[in-house]
Structure formats: structure tokens, C-alpha cells
Design a protein around this ligand. Structure first.
Ligand code: 13P
Length: 241
């Protein structure tokens, strides 16, 4: 049985104070949220510890936005898996297109981060997706398959979430057409030995689209950027159907 997972990715938004204000408004909306979905917030590292303390007993699972593969060492600016698990973090984003684009993140590094995260008990949310140029050149399938092949060796498919995020749909308001997202996610699933890996869609997800997205048979949830910053909007997405 595949788990539905609704995750917010705050990226580099919200101070600790902003995060606390968000939760005050957002948490009451979870009172009647059905149990059939996991609710995750991937927030900036500075807020993880204070927000972890205030989430005790709530439906929200905490996610980080990056993790290093080493247990410790001379890696200035990095965060180890144990630093995250100690403070109650359950999920971690890996391979998001922004670090791939701006920080030279490679499939090899994504693979190492995923394995290290799992070893510590974290669930990686492995992001993949094609650029506009790759899509226009008809390379979508090849790119996706290559990212799966290079990102997943040695990764435990029983403790993994994948997010299909076409780069041209991120932050652009140009959502991928739902049947097309469903098709690509089906393609990703066909490459996996475990059919139960939850696969999310991400890219300009808005409250008005969530029901249609969640009706798609291959799509097991969403990874939400901009709309997860607004309590009412993220609440509508979490409470789909
Ligand atoms: P937007 O929802 O703002 O397009 O961002 C998507 C994303 O990158 C989530 O990881």
C-alpha cells in the first residue's frame, strides 16, 4: 500500500519567528485531516530544533533540506545525519533541482546523501526532473531514467520517497499537466524494483489543482514550494478531497 505524502518545502524562507507564526495559524487546520496522508514540512536548518519542540504530538513530520554523507568531519557548513535525527527530523530533501542547478549537486552526491540519510533512520525525498530545454528536445524520459539509475544504487527502496519535479514547472506558475505528470511518474515507478515507493509531483502546486492531482493513480502526494508558505493555502492542499 503506497503512502500519500503531502510535503512543504520552504526553501530559504521564514525565520524561527515566522515559522512559529505559521504554525499557530496552520495547526488548527489539521484537526480533521484524514489519517491516510502524511504531512511533512521541510524547513530551514535554523528552525529545525525550535520547531521540532513545538511539533510534539502534532501530525506534522519534520523534514530538513539537506544532509551530508559523512558522520562528522571537516565539512564546513554541512549537517550530518545524526545532527538531524537527534532533534526529531524524519525526512530530508536530496537532489532538489536548486542545489543541482546552483551548487553543482551531482547524481553521485545525491546517491551518497540518500544512503547516509537512510543509515541514520531518515527518509530521503529524492527529487528529480527535466529542464524545459530537455523536455523540448524530447529528452524527458532519458533524463528521468538516468537520474533514477544514478541516484538509486544502494538506496533502500523501502525507506524512500521520490518527487518528480519538472524544473520548468518550479516557481513558474506553469504546472505540469496532470496526465503528463501521472505518465512520467508511472515511468519512474516502472524503473523501481519496489512498487510501493511513494512518488510525489512537485512544481507550482496550488490549492485549486490538488484534487485533480491526487486523483491520478500514479501520484502519491505533492512537494509544495510557494503555496506551503501560506497557512490557508497549505491547509487546503493537505486537506484535499
Ligand atoms: P513551487 O511549488 O514554488 O513551484 O516549488 C516547487 C518545489 O521546488 C518544491 O520542492
Amino acid at each position: 500500500m503506497r503512502q500519500n505524502i503531502i510535503a512543504g518545502n520552504w526553501k530559504m524562507h521564514k525565520t524561527v519567528r515566522d515559522a512559529s507564526e505559521f504554525l499557530q495559524e496552520f495547526l488548527p487546520h489539521l484537526e480533521h485531516t484524514p489519517e491516510d496522508r502524511e504531512v511533512v514540512l521541510c524547513i530551514p536548518a535554523t528552525s529545525l530544533w525550535p520547531i521540532s519542540k513545538s511539533l510534539h504530538g502534532s501530525r506534522i513530520r519534520l523534514g530538513a533540506q539537506n544532509v551530508h554523507w559523512a558522520e562528522e568531519g571537516a565539512f564546513t557548513g554541512e549537517i550530518s545525519p545524526a545532527m538531524l535525527t537527534e532533534i526529531g527530523v524524519r525526512y530530508v530533501l536530496v537532489g532538489h533541482s536548486e542545489p543541482r542547478q546552483y551548487c553543482g549537486e551531482t547524481d553521485e552526491a545525491v546517491n551518497k546523501r540518500s544512503i547516509a540519510a537512510q543509515k541514520a533512520g531518515l527518509t530521503p525525498i529524492l527529487c528529480l526532473g527535466e529542464t524545459k530545454e530537455q523536455r523540448d528536445n524530447g529528452e524527458t524520459e532519458d533524463i528521468i531514467i538516468s537520474q533514477v539509475e544514478q541516484g538509486l544504487p544502494g538506496v533502500d527502496l523501502a525507506n524512500l520517497v521520490i518527487a518528480y519535479e519538472p524544473i520548468w514547472a518550479i516557481g513558474t506558475g506553469e504546472t505540469c499537466e496532470v496526465h503528463e505528470a501521472n505518465r512520467v511518474i508511472g515511468l519512474i515507478r516502472s524503473q523501481l524494483d519496489n512498487p510501493d515507493v511513494p512518488i510525489q509531483y512537485g512544481g507550482s502546486v496550488k490549492p485549486a489543482l490538488i484534487n485533480e492531482i491526487m486523483e491520478q493513480p500514479e501520484i502519491d502526494g505533492v512537494l509544495v514550494g510557494g503555496a506551503s508558505l501560506v497557512p490557508e493555502d497549505f491547509a487546503k492542499i493537505v486537506n484535499y478531497f
